[in-house]
Design a protein around this ligand. Structure first.
Ligand code: PEP
Ligand code: MN
Length: 623
C-alpha cells in the first residue's frame, strides 16, 4: 500500500502509523521528496486499506499494483540517486566506472586507475573474486585483491567497486570496498541478494545472462526489501542466438527500465560485446539511449591481461570514448564532468554540515541556469538564486558564494552582452564552462489536454525560441513573464483550467505539472554556453582554453597585429566578440576565446607581445 500522509500530520500520528505497519510485519519505506510524506508499506497479506485510511494523519491509501513494489515508480516517481563516496550515480552527471576485469597486482591496478581517472572515470572497478566459466582459469587475488583496491582508493581518491560472489565474503567487502557488484551469474542468488541488502553498501546489480527485465527488477526488489535502497542496475548483454558478439546488448532495456523503475541504470558495453572495437559504439549508443553511466573494462596492457583482455580498452581508447560521451551527453540533457572527482573533494559534502553557498545563479529552481548549476556542481550543493546578473557577480565577489553560473552565449540568439561587460568590470576568474541543451516543453496541470489550452505563460526568450510551435495555435494568448521568473511556478500558483507554461522538464517535475507537448523549440540545435566564475579554480588539471579581453590603439591594422601574434604562436582563436567601451563612443573591447592555457610559461613571450600591441589586456580565466 502507498499511504499519502496529510500535510499537517503530526509526528505522533506518523509514529502510530509506523508502529501499526511494523506490528503487521510490513516492509516500510518513507519518502519526503515532493513536499508530501509518502509511506510505502509492503505486507504479506492482511493489510486492510480501510483501516489504514481511517488512521489519523493518513490522507489517502493507494494499493501498489505493480510487482516492483519498491523498485517501481508508483510510490517513488522521481529518479533515485545512489551515492558512492563522493560520487552520485543517477541524475544529470554521467558516472564512468572503469578498470580492469580483474585486479592482478597493485602495479597493474594503480597504473590503470591513474589512467582512467585522468580520462574522466570516477569509480574504479576490478574483480578480486572472479566467477570464471572454467575452474582452471585465473580466479582472482581474493582478499589480496580487495586490499589492493583499498590502496588504489587511497592513492587516487576513486571509490572502488568489486564483485561479491558469496555471502561468506560480506565482511571483507564491508572492510575494503565502496560498492559491491552482484554479477550476472549471481543475479538470482537470492541469499546473496538478501546479504547485500543487509550489508547496506551501494550495490551494482548486473542483469543475468538470460534474465528478463522483470526477473532482474524482482532481484533488485530483494535488496530493497532488506532496507538497502542504494541499488544501481547494470545492463551487460544477454544470451541470444547471435555469435558475432559475446552477448547481445539489450539497449532497449534502458528506456524500458526508465519507465518501470526509479533506480539508476548503467551499461557495461565490455561484457556485452566481448570485442574491444565494439565497446565504443555501444557505449555511445547507451548514453544516447538514456543510461546514467557506463562500466567499461580498461587495462593498461590488455595483451597481458589475465582475463577479458580482448574486450579491454587501452587507456587512450577510453580517453577518446570519454571525449565522445562529453559531446553526446548534453544532447540528452546530461554532462560528462571531467573534474567530477576534484569538485566532489572540494565541495562541502551534504553530510559535512557545511552550509557555504557553492553557487549563485539567475532566476529560480527549475530554470536553465539552475540546471546548469547542478550539472556543473552536482545537485547536493547549496545554491543561491539571484535576480540580476550583477547580483551574481557581487555575491561571488563578496565571498557570499564560491561560484557564479553565468550564461554567455546561445547558439541561436547569440551573446548575452551584459555578462561580457560584467566579466570586465569584476575581478573574478572564469574557472569552467558548460554547454546545456535548451529543450522547451509545454506544460499544464495534470490531465490537461493540448486542445484545452487557451493561454501560455513563458519568458520572452522561450517565446522566441518556440515561435513555430506557437504560430500553429493563433488563438492562444501568449503572456510573457520576466526572464528571471518561472513561468511554470506562475502556472502552478495562478493557473486556471486552460492555462499552460513553457519550461524545462525539471520545472515540470518540481512544480507538479504535466508535459502536454514535448520539445517544442523551433531548432533542436539550441545550446547555451555557461561559464563558471569564481576566485579559486575547482580542479587542478591541465587547462585547454583561455578567455581574454583587450582593446587596441585606434590605428590601421591594430587588431591585425594582435591576431598575428596568435597566429605566429599557433594559438587557435575560437571566438572573437567586440563590445563598445562605456564612455568612449566608437571604441571597442575585444573578447577572445583561445585554445590554450596562456598562463603556462611557454606563452610568456606571447603575453609580452600582446601587452605591447594592446592598450589594455586582461586574462579572464583559463579552464
Ligand atoms: C565483471 O564485470 O567482471 C563480470 C564478470 O561481469 P558479468 O557478471 O556481467 O559477466
Ligand atoms: Mn570481465
Amino acid at each position: 500500500m502507498i499511504l499519502i500522509l496529510k500535510k499537517d500530520a503530526s509526528e505522533e500520528a506518523k509514529n502510530r502509523i509506523r508502529a501499526e505497519l511494523f506490528h503487521k510485519g510490513c516492509v516500510v519505506r518513507e519518502m519526503n521528496g515532493t513536499g508530501q510524506s509518502v509511506i510505502a508499506a509492503i505486507g504479506r497479506g492482511d493489510l486492510d486499506p480501510k483501516h489504514l485510511a481511517a488512521m489519523e494523519g493518513v490522507a489517502e491509501v493507494i494499493p501498489i499494483t505493480t510487482k516492483f513494489k519498491l523498485a517501481g515508480r508508483q510510490w517513488h516517481p522521481q529518479d533515485s540517486h545512489v551515492q558512492v563516496g563522493p560520487i552520485t550515480i543517477g541524475g544529470q552527471r554521467i558516472a564512468l566506472l572503469a578498470g580492469p576485469c580483474a585486479v592482478e597486482s597493485f602495479e597493474q591496478a594503480l597504473t590503470t586507475a591513474r589512467e582512467v581517472r585522468r580520462y574522466g572515470a570516477v569509480l574504479f572497478r576490478g574483480g578480486a573474486f572472479k566467477p570464471r566459466t572454467s575452474p582452471y582459469s585465473f580466479q582472482g587475488l581474493e582478499e589480496e585483491g580487495l586490499k589492493i583496491l583499498a590502496r588504489v582508493r587511497e592513492e587516487t581518491g576513486m571509490p572502488v567497486v568489486t564483485e561479491i560472489t558469496s555471502v561468506s565474503q560480506a565482511d571483507l567487502m564491508l572492510k575494503y570496498v565502496d560498492m559491491v557488484q552482484v554479477g550476472a551469474r549471481n543475479m538470482q542468488n537470492f541469499e546473496l541478494l538478501k546479504c547485500v541488502g543487509r550489508m547496506g553498501k551501494p550495490v551494482l546489480l548486473k542483469r543475468g545472462l538470460a534474465s528478463t527485465i522483470e526477473e532482474w527488477l524482482m532481484s533488485a526488489e530483494y535488496i530493497l526489501a532488506e532496507g538497502n535502497d542504494k541499488v544501481v542496475l547494470c545492463e551487460r548483454g544477454i544470451r541470444t542466438f547471435e555469435p558475432y558478439t559475446r552477448n547481445t546488448l539489450d539497449l532497449s532495456a534502458i528506456p524500458v527500465l526508465k519507465n518501470l523503475t526509479h533506480l539508476p541504470v548503467v551499461v557495461d558495453p565490455s561484457h556485452a560485446t566481448g570485442i574491444r572495437e565494439k565497446v565504443g559504439p555501444m557505449a555511445r549508443a547507451a548514453i544516447a539511449a538514456g543510461a546514467d553511466g557506463l562500466m567499461v573494462e580498461v587495462h593498461h596492457d590488455p595483451e597481458k591481461a589475465l582475463s577479458d583482455g580482448p574486450q579491454s580498452l587501452y587507456p587512450e581508447q577510453f580517453g577518446q570514448l570519454a571525449r565522445d560521451i562529453y559531446v553526446i551527453a548534453p544532447v540528452v540533457g546530461k554532462q560528462l564532468d571531467f573534474d567530477y572527482l576534484e569538485k566532489s573533494g572540494r565541495s562541502p559534502h551534504p553530510s559535512s554540515g557545511a552550509d557555504q553557498v557553492m553557487a549563485a545563479y539567475l532566476g529560480e529552481p527549475g530554470n536553465f541556469s539552475h540546471i546548469a548549476c547542478s550539472q556543473y556542481l552536482g545537485d547536493n550543493v547549496k545554491m543561491a538564486p539571484q535576480s540580476t546578473f550583477r547580483a551574481i557577480f557581487e555575491t561571488v565577489e563578496s565571498s557570499a558564494a564560491r561560484y557564479g553560473v553565468i550564461p554567455l552565449e546561445n547558439s541561436l540568439t547569440g551573446s548575452i552582452h551584459e555578462n561580457y561587460d560584467l566579466l570586465l568590470e569584476f575581478d573574478l576568474n572564469i574557472v569552467g564552462e558548460l554547454f546545456l541543451r535548451i529543450i522547451h516543453h509545454l506544460m499544464a496541470a495534470p490531465q490537461t489536454r493540448l486542445e484545452e489550452v487557451r493561454r501560455v505563460w513563458a519568458t520572452e526568450a522561450a517565446i522566441q525560441q518556440c515561435r513555430q510551435f506557437l504560430d500553429r495555435y493563433p488563438h492562444w494568448e501568449v503572456a510573457p513573464v520576466p526572464a528571471t521568473a518561472s513561468a511554470v511556478r506562475h502556472l502552478r500558483d495562478q493557473g486556471r483550467r486552460g492555462d499552460a507554461a513553457i519550461g524545462s522538464r525539471e520545472a515540470a517535475l518540481l512544480h507538479g505539472m504535466s508535459i502536454v507537448a514535448e520539445g517544442i523549440e523551433t531548432n533542436p540545435r539550441n545550446f547555451t554556453r555557461f561559464v563558471i566564475v569564481g576566485r579559486i579554480p575547482l580542479a587542478d588539471r591541465p587547462k585547454t582554453k583561455s578567455s581574454v579581453v583587450f582593446s587596441t590603439v585606434n590605428e590601421p591594422g591594430a587588431l591585425f597585429e594582435v591576431m598575428k601574434i596568435f597566429a605566429a604562436d599557433n594559438i587557435n582563436l575560437v571566438k572573437l566578440e567586440s563590445r563598445p567601451i562605456h564612455g568612449k563612443p566608437w571604441q571597442y573591447m575585444f573578447y577572445a576565446d583561445l585554445q590554450a592555457d596562456v598562463n603556462l610559461p611557454e606563452f610568456a613571450k606571447t603575453l609580452a607581445g600582446l601587452s605591447k600591441k594592446t592598450d589594455f589586456f586582461k586574462i579572464l580565466g583559463s579552464y
